[in-house]
Design a protein around this ligand. Sequence first.
Ligand code: ATP
Length: 211
Amino acid sequence: MSFIELNEVGKVVKRRPLLHDVSAEIPEGSITVLEGINGSGKTLILKTILGLINTSGEVIVNGKKMKVQEPYPIKAGILIENPSLIEEFTAYKNLDLLAKLDPDIQEKQINDLLAYFDLTRFPKQKVKKFSLGMKQKLGIAQAFLGAYPLIVLDEPTNALDHESIGKLIRLIDGYNHKGSTFVIASHDHEFVNKVATQKLYVQEGTINYEK
Ligand SMILES: Nc1ncnc2c1ncn2[C@@H]1O[C@H](COP(=O)(O)OP(=O)(O)OP(=O)(O)O)[C@@H](O)[C@H]1O
């Protein structure tokens, strides 16, 4: 079954077409990766899938045609562009802030994710003192918190060392087996080849199924 469907999606800003004729299907249970060079439109497509921007054409999520002003039809974990973190808070408090929005999220999930990414060594440290890689791992933890049906990750391997990329891959596989569908934008070929069950190529604002 198709979980997300894009039909002839287009986006024009100041007469410049940023997306055109974007049509694709993202099957439920897939790990779909958007590959493409800088500026090709990957982030815009992720935002379209999440109903964060208004486009022409049709976006169907879980059988429901989306409209920007309506609530999103399913729960989603999101890491888009840079992690959205509160610099004055600790790692725990950043995750706890998200957990407070969802009564289903248990404290154990926060602690498990922090431990998994080695973010428990300095529990009192504020995020502003974190290295780039630590911030990235915390941003990834935010997206996995709640184990939602849809997890969207924009360039998740940014700033990660080899070992952390391995952990990320195992986490994606584990959550995928438990039912999360992934949509990921990445230009990290090695990572893409290890995780993707479907690859879509983004070129000049459109999606191709073949390179
Ligand atoms: N709000 C906007 N207004 C005008 N142009 C925009 C806007 N958002 C994105 N663009 C342009 O649309 C194009 C696609 O941007 P997008 O962020 O989707 O690229 P990307 O494939 O994610 O690139 P990267 O790999 O560098 O993250 C770029 O040329 C960008 O400058």
